[in-house]
Design a protein around this ligand. Structure first.
Ligand SMILES: *Cc1c(COP(=O)(O)O)cnc(C)c1O
Length: 241
């Protein structure tokens, strides 16, 4: 069942996994501490399925409607879905049953809504990350770093959410050194929360790093890297080489 498309996808995937392993080695970490979330927003259902067929289980979408479309496709039934982009509250009811992870917990009102929906579902708690706006850009979603420490009591009331860590992004104009400093800020915030919140949440997860900066993120402790374009290099949205 080998086609130029699947050959290209499996080669790209192997390259990305090799680079993840190399960055992990440089950081003195084990490669299995880092989960690759393949971001499939650039490609259609067929190409997404071809990537899943290469053995990639964790897939991410930034738009809820795209996640619905793909999560409901029969050929993508075995995928573990990650919502990585902004979720409007009126889309939580349809999204939550389909997503194993929500990386974009970007406001208290959204988290409240997710928790309310989650309480009505017979499923494991959704793993939820607090998105932190590391660049201060007004157009970006997420909590300002200073807004996060006071959230502890509110978060403790969300029984249907597993608050598992933090998510953040570098700025488009950052070079590798600047991106690394942003990621260090996120890790330091996580470490501080772990101390100040007295172990009420594990906060083991740091979702940071995309195609152009995931190595810097791994050096700073990323446990989830969200990688799209590097996996689809050489292919168009319909998977033509
Ligand atoms: C698109 C997207 C990614 C993947 O970006 P690439 O540069 O294509 O790897 C990661 N995270 C979020 C939130 C995205 O929207």
């Amino acid at each position: 069942m080998s086609s130029p498309r699947s050959e290209r996808l499996s080669r790209n995937l192997a390259d990305v996994r090799r680079r993840i392993a190399a960055a992990a080695a440089e950081a003195g970490r084990r490669p299995d501490e880092i989960r690759l979330v393949a971001v499939t927003k650039y490609v259609d259902v067929a190409v997404t399925a071809a990537l899943a067929a290469c053995g990639q289980v964790d897939l991410g979408e930034s738009r809820p409607q795209q996640l619905w479309l793909k999560a409901e496709a029969p050929e993508l039934r075995d995928v573990r879905w990650h919502l990585i982009g902004h979720l409007q509250r009126n889309k939580t009811a349809r999204t939550l049953p389909l997503a194993a992870w929500v990386h974009s917990g970007d406001s208290l009102r959204l988290l409240e809504e997710l928790d309310a929906v989650g309480r009505g579902l017979d499923r494991p708690r959704v793993r939820t990350l607090l998105e932190v706006n590391l660049t201060g850009e007004a157009a970006k979603h997420g909590f300002a770093p200073a807004e996060v420490p006071p959230l502890c009591d509110a978060l403790s009331s969300f029984a249907s959410l597993d608050i598992a860590g933090l998510m953040g992004m570098s700025a488009a104009e950052d070079d590798a050194a600047a991106a690394r400093r942003r990621f260090a800020t996120l890790r330091e915030l996580r470490d501080r929360l772990r101390r100040d919140w007295h172990g009420r949440f594990d906060l083991n997860e740091l979702s940071m790093g995309m195609s152009h900066d995931f190595e810097a993120a791994i050096l700073e402790g990323a446990t989830l890297v969200r990688i799209g374009s590097a996996l689809f290099e050489g292919l168009d949205a319909q998977g033509r080489a």
